[in-house]
Ligand binder design. Structure first.
Ligand code: AMP
Length: 195
């Protein structure tokens, strides 16, 4: 097990990876290890749908189609969440940003706080592994056309952000095709030097 205690406290991290890369699982484990909140916009939206809130009603059909909720709505959700007490000393964002506009909004939010990102983690998983995983865990809401749409949206809108974060020197690419524990270790090891 890599030693998370060797890393600085209060890291501000982003988690990237295609649908099925295990980023939700890794985000939860890493957040626990690093004592920062894992903030999953997908989970927040699913909760809103389950609660039947105004936000939930607005986003339900969009989510069910595999498309993205609009940037303005997401800006409001994330701005609000990052104001909460537990996000004042670091956070791990899972599923945000997903578009260029969202990356810009996040940069503005952090700028206002006088903060910078510590690192951006990219879980790299070959397509054939993604397909195998998707087939293995097929649930009622994992319809094939929705899975395909999520992958398409990821490649067209989200993957291009990796170049932006690479240019900023923040990108840490980790092979996400191994066991949960091995991937966690590799991520922690990749972050030596993050501040
Ligand atoms: P996830 O669990 O992260 O795959 O998110 C599930 C769904 O929620 C996505 O397919 C989108 O419809 C919506 N969603 C979550 N995060 C975002 C985001 N940052 N921007 C737009 N839509 C999002």
């Amino acid at each position: 097990m890599a030693d998370a205690s060797a890393l600085p406290r209060g890291l501000r991290l982003l988690m990237f990876g295609p649908p099925g890369s295990g980023k939700g699982t890794q985000a939860a484990v890493l957040a626990e290890e690093l004592a920062i909140p894992a903030i999953s916009t997908g989970d927040m939206l699913r909760r809103a749908v389950a609660e039947g809130s105004q936000l939930g009603e607005r986003v339900e059909s969009i989510m069910n189609s595999g498309a993205l909720v609009d940037d303005e709505t997401m800006a409001e959700v994330v701005r609000h969440r990052l104001q909460e007490e537990d996000a004042q000393r670091g956070f791990l964002l899972d599923g945000y940003p997903r578009t260029e506009g969202q990356a810009q909004t996040l940069a503005e939010i952090l700028d206002d706080r006088g903060e910078q990102l510590s690192a951006v983690i990219f879980l790299d998983v070959p397509n054939e592994v993604l397909v195998q995983r998707a087939l293995a865990r097929q649930r009622a809401d994992d319809k094939e056309e929705v899975i395909r749409e999520r992958l398409r949206v990821y490649h067209s809108q989200t993957a291009p952000l990796l170049g932006y974060y690479r240019d900023l020197g923040l990108l840490r690419t980790v092979d996400g095709s191994h066991s949960i524990e091995a991937v966690t270790d590799a991520v922690l090891a990749s972050m030596t030097g993050a501040a």
